[in-house]
Design a protein around this ligand. Structure first.
Ligand code: HAS
Length: 563
């Protein structure tokens, strides 16, 4: 099957005129993913420099004054890749996903335009201190390391902009519900909206952290911060943040990839249940990032550990149900026997392949996540390179490789141009896959066996052990493959944009039908119980500890600049 045949082209003139209804949504999506891809291009370049540094080759000597130190580079790498690439891509992707799935344009498009403007202004504002080496605080910006106030305000605007975009989506969904009384919300629109609601609940933590502490502190209005309280606010947001990165990939894996595979969604009801469970369980788990923080009692860490195993459950469901959807596709394409259907999947389609490879890598990333969640194992791996090993297989693979796969149908859709050199795009997906295998395996082993610290200039470390070298070389091979892959990605995308020939028929967003005709029960299309449940669980899991930390707050720690 050729790449163009995967996103089903609609018929002729009718399809073109139906496309015209969505021209603003197309533009908005294009702006968001354009910024996302630009950010990623800088972020990955700095990642390459980190790979060299770990081998003892410090390229920062040559890139000053633009990028002066390893820590400045690491901060920019984390902020651009983990925060900017993801948030912009997700809001852009949802703009298309929600409107196409509801088959109606945005209710109040100006709200979404405003959201984009706020996000973009925020990004520009945060870029200044990053480039000027005034915000070398890494992407978690823990105090007492202090950044310039524009960094905090810029990030706040990015988050507020994404909230505003979310309001635009809610109004659109509300309008659709009024126009379609009694109908079940289409899965893609529902799942995307649940993700945005989860994000709005989750980002309250970081909003409070910045507005009540970090921003006034960086402006000199208050003298100090309380690092433990700040970390608690941060991780209130920080863990659900990872599901904000993951769930758009799940929207594609459940709602789009089965169609690309030539099959159907194994169970619409189960898919919805998974998203509701994420709304319920994503937030009250943040203490698993604070197992080693002395100020949180063991009992609370235990409760959050239990809830963490709870939030892994919808991903376990996903592993089985998405595999089942793919099996339906493989068998519909003539696959036989226990595993014969796997070969029949459309491995010649780069959009499909990137996403399926992302799933496979996530199986390993998920296992290391479940390992992290165990209190006593976490004591061994916390703050070691095991952790970046884990998150390159999750946000760097499950999310990013899926977004590459989405881009391979979305960019042709938005531009009306044929995907440039699909074989290069296929090579891109495979090089990312193998790059992450080398990278992830090397870092996991280094962290577990040798306790090699993360966020450290390993190339310059005096305690560097020669036994690390083979694994660091393995990681470097990964870096080289990932670099090749990134070059291929931009080659394909720029080639597509530059393509002269336009597609005769517009590309349609792939939307999978449910295999099971049984109607989705009403409780899986009802917001209130899930929303109230999520709020109640957050109050139980965070309320008492936040009350204690806030009532005992001591804003005494001055700011430090350690770079
Ligand atoms: Fe995590 C640290 C626990 C998932 C990202 N995580 C991090 C950090 C990041 C991150 C960025 O408990 C570092 C933060 C920092 O800078 O300090 N994580 C978990 C757990 C899960 C998990 C239990 N993490 C993620 C996801 C991320 C992400 C998703 C980004 C997108 N994580 C932790 C903990 C820490 C942590 C502790 C703190 C560590 C420390 O000490 O600092 C779970 O949600 C994972 C569940 C996943 C699964 C896998 C399901 C598999 C699927 C694929 C199926 C494959 C198919 C293919 C269908 C159970 C769905 C079929 C193939 C065919 C060919 C047909």
């Amino acid at each position: 099957m050729s790449v163009q045949s995967i996103p089903q082209p609609a018929a002729g003139a009718d399809a073109h005129s139906s496309e015209a209804r969505f021209s603003l949504e197309n533009k908005l999506t294009g702006w968001h993913i354009g910024v996302a891809m630009a950010a990623l291009s800088i972020g990955v370049t700095l990642g390459i420099m980190q790979g060299f540094e770990h081998l003892g080759i410090d390229l920062y000597k040559y890139t000053a004054p633009a990028f002066k130190t390893y820590y400045q580079g690491l901060t920019i790498h984390g902020v651009l890749n983990a925060l900017v690439w993801t948030t912009f891509f997700i809001v852009g992707f949802f703009t298309t996903a929600i409107t196409r799935s509801l088959d109606r344009p945005l209710k109040y498009p100006w709200i979404n335009v405003l959201g984009f403007v706020l996000m973009f202004v925020g990004l520009l504002m945060a870029t200044y201190p990053l480039l000027a080496n005034l915000a070398t605080v890494l992407y978690t910006f823990y105090p007492p390391m202090q950044a310039h106030w524009t960094f905090y305000l810029g990030l706040t605007l990015v988050v507020v902009g994404s909230w505003v975009a979310g309001y635009g989506f809610y109004f659109t969904l509300h309008a659709w519900r009024k126009e379609n009384p009694g109908k079940r919300t289409p899965f893609i629109a529902l799942a995307s909206t649940i993700t945005m609601v989860m994000w709005q609940i989750a980002t309250l933590g970081v909003a409070v952290e910045i507005l009540t502490m970090l921003l006034p502190w960086s402006l000199g209005l208050i003298k100090g911060t309380d690092p433990l309280l700040a970390r608690t606010y941060f991780w209130y947001t920080g863990h659900p943040l990872v599901y904000f990165w993951l769930l758009p990939a799940y929207v594609a894996w459940y709602g789009m990839v089965p169609k690309q595979a030539g099959g159907k969604m194994f169970s619409d009801s189960l898919a919805r249940l998974v998203f509701w469970l994420f709304l319920l369980l994503s937030t009250p788990v943040g203490f698993h990032h604070q197992y080693t923080d002395p100020g949180i009692p063991q009992g609370w860490k235990f409760i959050h550990a239990l809830l963490t195993y709870g939030v892994a459950f919808p991903s376990l469901l996903t592993a089985f149900t998405v595999a089942a959807s793919l099996e339906i596709g493989g068998r519909a394409r003539g696959g036989k026997g226990w595993f014969g259907w796997i070969r029949k999947l459309p491995w010649d389609n780069p959009s499909y392949t990137a996403q399926n490879l992302a799933m496979i890598l996530f199986a390993f990333g998920g296992i290391s996540g479940i390992t992290n969640a165990s209190y006593n194992v976490n004591l061994a791996v916390h703050n070691t390179v095991w952790i970046p090993g884990h998150f390159h297989l999750t946000v760097g693979s499950a999310t990013t490789l899926t977004f590459f796969g989405i881009a391979y149908w979305l960019v042709p859709k938005l531009t009306g141009k044929q995907l440039y050199k699909p074989k290069l795009a296929l090579a891109q997906a495979w090089t990312w896959f193998f790059g992450m295998i080398f990278f992830g395996n090397g870092f996991h082993l280094l962290g577990l066996h040798y306790g090699v610290p993360r966020r450290t200039m390993l190339g310059a470390a005096v305690y560097r052990d020669p036994a690390w070298t083979p694994f660091l070389i393995e990681v470097f091979v990964g870096v080289l493959l990932l670099t090749t892959s990134a070059i291929l990605f931009y080659w394909v995308i720029i080639g597509t944009l530059a393509h002269k020939k336009r597609l005769e028929k517009p590309v349609e967003m792939p939307i999978a039908e449910a295999a099971d005709p049984t109607p989705v029960p009403a409780w899986l299309d009802t917001w209130k119980p899930w929303l109230y449940g999520a709020i109640a669980l957050i109050i139980i899991a965070y309320g008492p500890m936040l009350y204690t930390l806030i009532s005992e707050m001591q804003l005494t720690s001055p700011g430090f600049r350690v770079w």
